[in-house]
Ligand binder design. Sequence first.
Ligand SMILES: [Zn+2]
Length: 333
Amino acid sequence: MFFNAAVLKKKGKVIIDKLSLPKLKFGQSLVKIYYSSICHTQIQEIDGQRGIDNYLPHCLGHEGIGMVIDKHNSVKKVKNLDSVCLSWINSKGINSGGTSYLNSKGIKVNAGPVHTFSEYAVISENKIFKIDKVDKQKVLLGCALPTAYNVIDDLDISKINSICIIGCGGLGISCVIASKDYRIKKIFAVDKNKTKLKFAKKNGANETFESLEEIKNKQIRFDVIIECTGQIQVLKKCIGLSKNFGGKIIVIGNYPKGNFLKIDPWHIIQGKSLLGAWNDTLNFDKKFRKFEKKTKNKNLNFFFGDKIYKLTDINKAINEFKKGKIIRPLIKM
Ligand SMILES: [Zn+2]
């Protein structure tokens, strides 16, 4: 049986290929994918910004939902017909590593332990989360939502008065939503895109800015800054906007490989700290359930704009995403 999958053939070139299913190995499940969304990690992979790509040609995508239709008998976490969310985030279960498929011309196509831009996918047990039902907005639980919620969940909220989220794409908006959910008093959001700022405001931001200069001019300083743009120059400026004696700068944007941050050590001496999102991933299954529950009754369909792309329109979805037209393009298989 052949199925359609988006394959990165070489830098900048994504094609729809016909792949055949391999026999399932230790720790692997076969998932029929229903929906996937695109995040900036895939854009960086496509554009060759993540360093040398040793796996070309390969499958793409790391956030999706679907149904388990077959599994190796070693897999205990899910069973056939379970609705599942697929994520790059490690969790319980066997790490089966990546896989490979043969296309209709007999050429090998690689895939990581999770991939989602395809009608079917062989997934490693530690990349699968059972969900109660297939609801398209649950694709966001594969990447943006758990990252954002994990950042906010790790903070000592009682000590935080102000938070500033820089960049209001999928990750940034998710941080705004999570900050509001955890009742952080003052939520600020920055983006040069006015539509994205409107969404930030609608979903919990108390005040929005179109540039960091505006903040600098007003001399506002924050307890927590979350950098989501992936631009090293923006990150550098963020450090100056953080409060002394306990200010935290949380770095979760996607920076192209080879970008380095140069900072004045006095920022650290004055009590600022630089942190990431994943300070503790132990027992992520439990956290996943917690974040699934917290986001269950929210209407997050605005992430997808007003359209749903077909897998065969993947290049259109990628282009419109790159132009900033949509927060997260939704692909229906
Ligand atoms: Zn992602």
